[in-house]
Design a binder for this molecule. Sequence first.
Ligand SMILES: COc1ccc(C[C@@]2(O)NC(=S)NC2=O)c(OC)c1
Ligand SMILES: [Zn+2]
Length: 261
Amino acid sequence: TGDHWGYGKEDGPSAWHRHYPVAKGSRQSPIDIIPDEARRDSSLGPIFLKYDRCTSLSIANNGHSVVVEFDDSDDRSVIQGGPLDNPYRLKQFHFHWGGKGCEGSEHTVAGVGYASELHLVHWNAVKYTTYEDAATAPDGLAVLGIFLEQGDDHRWLHTITDVLYMVKFKGSATNFKGFNPKCLLPSNLHYWTYLGSLTTPPLHESVIWIVLKEPIVVSEKQLGMFRILQFSGEEEDQRMRMENNFRPPQPLKERILKKRC
Ligand SMILES: COc1ccc(C[C@@]2(O)NC(=S)NC2=O)c(OC)c1
Ligand SMILES: [Zn+2]
């Protein structure tokens, strides 16, 4: 039982369509972002992020990534503005990364990947009653994508990398209170935006994507800490290092990429 998909040769992104036919849908993510083809849209305003440090709850290894969950019972932590018609509540954030020295982001920019990509997942609690309902609705989710570039140590990422050893195995979780994800944002909030999907099964086409142009900088040492995580559970005999947990870019099809720069 459990998820029968992964990132390997047999169960990876090229095989997902067998159980999840929407993998070949009209608004799949990620995409290759071509900056020169992005259309400036005067109706696109700035995005506003209001994150309250008291809403973070736990950090967990779900067998596909490391996820920090938030208390989404009210509007303390929300994203609004930009392409969004109302505030979307912060539910969780997680990362995608590569192998040693390899690219690991999901979106690429003019064909070039970054070392990693952070996804801050928000849901439309004005229109939908539950996160689960929002996750299947065309305007249900708003995901803020932030690129991680290799370079100097990131001042605040230590707060996360220092506890990864506690969630090494699939199914492990631990308390993670008082973390404010605002510390993971770059200084500039200029963004690209387009209509897309979840990037793992069930691949629901329910995401309004907001991808920041400016990456944050993290060290190779910090990136390496993500690779102590395992896809596999503690009881499984074959150890499977968690790395290269990213889906490659999907066809843009009839979509328009917009920008606010
Ligand atoms: C059923 O609801 C789901 C399921 C998976 C994810 C995770 C993910 O597929 N989506 C993005 S974005 N990156 C991912 O890895 C999700 O996140 C919003 C929501
Ligand atoms: Zn993601």
